[in-house]
Design a protein around this ligand. Structure first.
Ligand code: 5AD
Ligand code: SF4
Length: 442
């Protein structure tokens, strides 16, 4: 009898990476490997890396250091590393030269090759580096080993053409490529048939969906078509670029009953000077008008955003503009980041970088204000009914179950295994800045 072989995948970064990791898992299962949660039991370890901020890279190097010990104990262990960081020359060179226990380096454009590259390593026991600059030829649809039975990701557009001056994404994920509408619908139908209730459409900028396709297809039309897929209950999407957020899209979200009323609309800064230098393509006033329009037409919708503090040249007044905007627009949620210079991007070359202490101070100030607003907004939900998709036990306590509202808020309920995968009505009993607590009423 042949011994069972196990894989362990460690994922860093965004949902796009988590989705790619599910595909890596699917491909490894196809060549006879099983998943293990325990690194020490693995025959293959894959790291799927992120390079959006320096912190993400530091974590990867830390993990690679740890893996050396595992390789020493088990010389047959295959260690592979892929993802966004591997699309950059510098880290690839460093890993190849200094981390000799790494067997495989692959990129974001050729994950479909991973099974054959692993077989090559199994056979020849040689180190393999295979990173493509861009996708070549027709990339096959890949099998996927999903984390959740009831929720699934669907990638609708890859890459980004925006070149915000701080951002590394266009360099590591390439130009915008929309998937054909039929392929997306087919995938959604297949997922629905397998019991998936909720899909999340992924793209760096979902609003540009279809711009590069020959047919007259856009994102609102895609939502309309997906809304028709029987037995799908909820359609989420992220991320929207404010510049491309149209009236037509707002109406589609409002009118299509399966589309979740949550819009993630990263603003990055409240200062016109900084927005211009970031190359965001919109002004503070335009953004405020867009959000107010959403709040007017769809008062039940939740709006979340991203901020970067400490972009080069950000003055106290610029930062004040950000604080003022946060107080005025009252987001449901905001992800706040300290600007991290990424080598190769225009902003990293600037000489007017902001001191670390100033960045941290600004981050804390912004987080304090936003947390208070999130808390107040969630408090208003107490006593109200929300619909949640129950996903199962929470990470912290297996006697507490959790689910998400259509507005993307996490809600805890008492243990109810019978409700996993169901959308149920919950009366909200209490609320914090990031989570709700409720009682199932139906
Ligand atoms: N430094 C800090 N935050 C960044 N983001 C993108 N690039 C950087 C960077 N260099 C943030 C943006 C984006 C989110 C995904 O990550 O806010 O919306
Ligand atoms: Fe990066 Fe800007 Fe593209 Fe978002 S829109 S991925 S921030 S370049």
């Amino acid at each position: 009898m042949t011994k069972n072989k196990y894989y362990h995948i460690i994922t860093y970064g965004c949902q796009m990476n988590e989705h790619d990791s599910e595909k890596l898992a699917g491909m490894l299962e196809n060549i006879g490997y099983n998943n293990t949660n325990k690194l020490e039991n693995a025959d293959i370890v894959l790291l799927n890396t992120c390079t959006i901020r320096e912190n993400a890279e530091l974590k990867v190097f830390g993990k690679l250091g740890q893996l050396k010990e595992y390789k020493r104990k088990n010389p047959d262990l295959i260690i592979g590393i892929g993802g966004c960081m591997m699309q950059l020359e510098e880290p690839v060179e460093e890993i190849y030269k200094k981390y000799r226990h790494v067997d495989l380096i692959f990129g974001t454009h050729n994950i479909h090759q991973v099974p054959e590259l692993i077989k090559k390593i199994e056979k020849n026991r040689e180190r393999v580096v295979e990173v493509w600059d861009q996708e070549e030829g027709l990339i096959p649809d890949l099998p996927s080993q999903r984390e959740s039975e009831h929720s699934a990701w669907i990638s609708i557009i890859q890459g980004c053409d925006n070149f915000c001056t701080y951002c590394i994404v266009p360099y590591v994920r390439g130009r915008e490529r929309s998937r054909p509408l039929e392929a997306i619908i087919k995938e959604a139908e297949k997922l629905a048939a397998e019991g998936v209730k909720e899909v999340t459409l992924l793209g760096q900028n979902v609003n540009s969906y279809g711009n590069d396709l020959a047919e007259e297809i856009d994102f609102p039309l895609l939502l309309e078509e997906l809304n028709k897929v029987d037995s799908l209950a909820r359609i989420r999407f992220m991320t929207s670029h404010p510049r491309d957020f149209s009236e037509k899209l707002l109406l589609a979200i409002k009118n299509l009953e399966k589309v979740a009323k949550h819009i993630h609309l990263p603003i990055q800064s409240g200062s016109n000077k900084i927005l211009k230098e970031m190359n965001r393509g919109y002004s503070r006033e335009y953004y405020i008008d867009t959000v107010k329009e959403i709040q007017n037409k769809m008062p039940e919708a939740a709006i979340s955003t991203d901020f970067i503090v400490g972009f080069p040249g950000e003055s106290d007044e610029d930062f004040e503009q950000t604080l003022k905007l946060v107080k005025e627009l009252r987001f449901d949620m905001a992800y706040t980041f300290i600007y991290s210079p990424r080598s190769g991007t225009p902003a990293a070359k600037r000489e007017d970088q902001i001191a670390e202490e100033v960045k941290k101070e600004r981050l804390n100030k912004l987080m304090d204000i936003q947390n208070r607003i999130s808390y107040q907004k969630n408090q208003k939900l107490i006593g109200k009914i929300q619909k949640i998709l129950v996903t199962g036990p929470s990470n912290r306590d297996e006697n507490v179950y959790e689910g998400r509202t259509g507005t993307n808020k996490i809600c805890f309920i008492n243990k109810r295994p019978d409700l996993i995968g169901k959308i149920v009505k919950v009366k909200i009993d209490s609320a914090k800045s990031w989570t709700l607590q409720g009682t199932v009423v139906e």
